[in-house]
Write a protein that binds this ligand. Structure first.
Ligand code: GAL
Length: 672
């Protein structure tokens, strides 16, 4: 009897479940492989880890994410239906998020929510998965930038054929691999071939050279007023007159010696090659301090980065007092009686910090806003521009990043107290343009009048086509887009926005696509960059070919071998620092492969084959004419520092195999 009962029960269980449909919740899958614009995938929580809430209604189950977001799921016939509700999470109240939820099956769009805003009621989704092998859940930005876009898939579930899970995956390889060869023991000089200085300004130039130490340095034909320290390779002094000076630098160690020309241009133009250095923002955010900055300067030297040309140490926001001042070290009087800015208690002595940085042959950068408040709520320069420019010069500042922040409120005539609350005003032309240029010109003229060279970087996210007028404000570089994050969507959208500004790039004028997001970044919440290794190769290669200012955004005390290899490839850096000063642009597109080319001073051409697609690209490339390349060419792989082909471009092809989200970065050199 007992046996019979057992048999019947087992039969019923097996029978009921064999072909039966069961519900599988989206939150039961491995969501950690999803890519998203910010934060971590929330399992049954919002992206901020809170209860999922859409338009006042809470939900127990779901996936909280942030645009741009993508989750790929392999179905292979195991699921028949997907249903959910979607919407923007209420935690973004006070902001203006906008997103579009999209569902793709076998790479074809099956459903879209249309653009959704904050407080829109959750929208229902129900799609049949018949014949769908691969499903993708996407949250795209709602066409106002991927900011504050906290998006929820709630009560999301699959009807399955009875499986207990479905496989989620990310098609981009995640194993780091190093291509940059280690520097040789023999000396090699890596400094750019040209350097600009204004007559009468203090001269500080550290010869960047790799090779075994000790090393001795020499500089032939230095103009009057300059001397080189033979032990450190640091050139100091002052040139009184305008002129072009052809100097021959040499470096010698036990293994050999080497020479390289340096053209010193004493005149009006500075920053003739893109600025290379470090900035505190992407790693420390508001938690920056003089001690951390000094340690970054030490690390720049200790890691050997300095031997590859990295030399600016830039303090971003939060060296000043802050109007909110939750952190007691931020609380204090903003300025002295004469209007000179006071530094917060994490930066006790700016002059001392400047001296410390300079003693290593490095340069110091600082940050402010033309508005009364910086973006982080610290004291800005509005109304005190003259005093600030003077303070910078007194402290030995070599670089200023000047960030729009609260200045939109000044244009709108808002009282000081309200300025921090309004979003920046975007100005596009006409009278607005003049208003937007004015504060930058004011500070630019003041910096230009100081007795030292201060490289001037405009940070207003590209408004009013800044590349067309930035030079008039005495600026050397200007941001072209909003802030970068360590996500593929961010790097990709910023990369696509560069070409329009390219004609305005030249020696002393650079389009700035924002800082590098490799290594340990996090804006105060440190984590390894979320970019996959191939995405990092693509990021560095494009910033190199764009002739972008290169500012490392990671914690230099936590550099791993892979990140260091990305930042110390002298052939990749040499393209960025090329004295001709052109900006590479996209000249050809093959599917999702974009091909960027840049003319170089020696007649060669740098070419980046950048694969923005999720599939590996394998092609025989032949359209060299489109890239402006002809004749017999030697092709050199810049990352591997190796010649890889010799081709007659009129009848031969170049075989390429480029990983998904990866790059092949080559130099073409005309040969006989
Ligand atoms: C942003 C700027 C960032 C950083 C930040 C500091 O506006 O784009 O790079 O400087 O302000 O608050």
């Amino acid at each position: 009897m007992f046996r019979f009962k057992f048999f019947v029960i087992s039969f019923l269980i097996a029978g009921c479940c064999l072909n039966a449909q069961t519900t599988l919740w989206l939150d039961q899958l491995d969501l950690s492989v999803a890519t998203q614009g910010n934060g971590k995938p929330g399992i049954n929580t919002s992206v901020d880890g809170k209860k999922l809430t859409i338009a006042g209604k809470t939900f127990d189950r779901g996936f909280g994410t942030h645009a741009e977001s993508s989750l790929l799921i392999r179905l292979d016939g195991k699921a028949t239906k997907f249903s959910a509700w979607v919407g923007i999470d209420d935690e973004m109240k006070g902001h203006e998020p906008a997103v579009e939820f999209e569902i793709y099956g076998n790479n074809k769009k099956l459903w879209s929510s249309g653009i959704m805003h904050l407080s829109d009621k959750a929208k229902p989704v129900s799609v049949s998965l018949k014949g769908i092998k691969q499903l993708e859940l996407v949250v795209a930005d709602g066409r106002n930038g991927p900011y504050y876009d906290h998006a929820d898939w709630v009560d999301a579930r699959f009807e399955t054929t009875g499986v207990s899970t479905l496989e989620t995956f990310n098609p981009i390889a995640s194993e780091p691999y190093i291509l940059t060869p280690k520097p040789a023991a023999v000396p090699k000089i890596n400094s750019a071939g040209v350097y600009g200085v204004r007559p009468g300004s203090p001269f500080l130039f550290r010869v960047a050279a790799t090779g075994e130490r000790p090393m001795t340095f020499l500089a032939k034909n230095l103009p009057k007023g300059l001397t080189i320290d033979s032990q450190t390779g640091i050139i100091t002094g002052k040139i009184d007159t305008k002129g072009t000076y052809e100097v021959l630098l040499s470096a010698k160690n036990a293994k050999g010696s080497v020479s390289k020309k340096l053209r010193i241009e004493s005149g009006d133009k500075i920053a003739l090659t893109p600025t290379m250095g470090w900035n505190s923002w992407n790693c420390f955010g508001h938690e920056v301090s003089a001690d951390k900055v000094k340690r970054a300067a030490d690390a720049l030297v200790k890691t050997g980065l300095v031997n590859h040309g990295w030399n600016y140490i830039n303090v971003d926001d939060s060296w000043q007092y802050n109007r909110d001042g939750k952190d007691p070290s931020f609380k204090g009087q903003f300025r002295d009686e004469d209007g000179y800015i006071l530094t917060n208690s994490k930066f006790l002595d700016m002059k001392n910090l400047g001296d410390y940085i300079h003693a290593n042959g490095l340069k110091m950068g600082i940050y402010s806003s033309p508005g009364p408040w910086t973006c982080g709520g610290c004291a800005g320069s509005y109304g005190y521009e003259k005093q600030d420019a003077e303070s910078y010069a007194r402290w030995g500042v070599d670089y200023l990043k000047y960030d729009w922040c609260s200045y939109g409120g000044v244009i709108d005539g808002l009282p000081n107290n309200d300025l921090g609350k309004v979003p920046s005003l975007a100005f596009n032309g006409g009278g607005d343009l003049d208003k937007g240029v004015k504060p930058f010109k004011l500070m630019g003229d003041l910096l230009y009048g100081q007795p030292r060279d201060i490289v001037y970087n405009l940070c207003q996210y590209g408004m009013g086509d800044v590349w067309k007028w930035g030079d008039e404000t005495h600026a050397q570089s200007w941001r072209t887009t909003n802030d970068i994050t360590d996500t593929w969507a961010s790097v990709k959208s910023i990369a696509f926005a560069q070409d329009k500004a390219a004609p305005y790039a030249k020696p002393g004028n650079r389009n700035d696509p924002d800082m590098l997001v490799v290594g340990v970044v996090g804006w105060g919440n440190p984590h390894q960059s979320k970019l996959k290794p191939d995405e990092q190769y693509l990021h560095i290669s494009l910033w190199s070919i764009f002739s972008a200012p290169l500012l490392i955004g990671c914690d230099l005390e936590k550099l791993d071998d892979f990140t260091l290899s990305l930042l110390t490839n002298d052939e990749v850096i040499a393209v960025n620092q090329d004295a001709l000063g052109k900006q590479g642009v996209c000249l050809d597109t093959v599917g999702e492969l974009k091909i960027y080319a840049k003319d170089l001073e020696d007649g060669g051409k740098a070419v980046a084959f950048a694969n923005f697609g999720r599939e590996k690209v394998k092609i025989s490339y032949k359209d060299f004419k489109t890239l402006g390349i002809s004749g017999n060419q030697k092709v050199r792989d810049l990352w591997r520092q190796k010649d890889v082909a010799k081709i007659n471009t009129s009848n031969q092809t170049l075989s390429l195999e480029i990983p998904a989200h990866g790059v092949a970065y080559y130099k073409f050199i005309l040969s006989k």
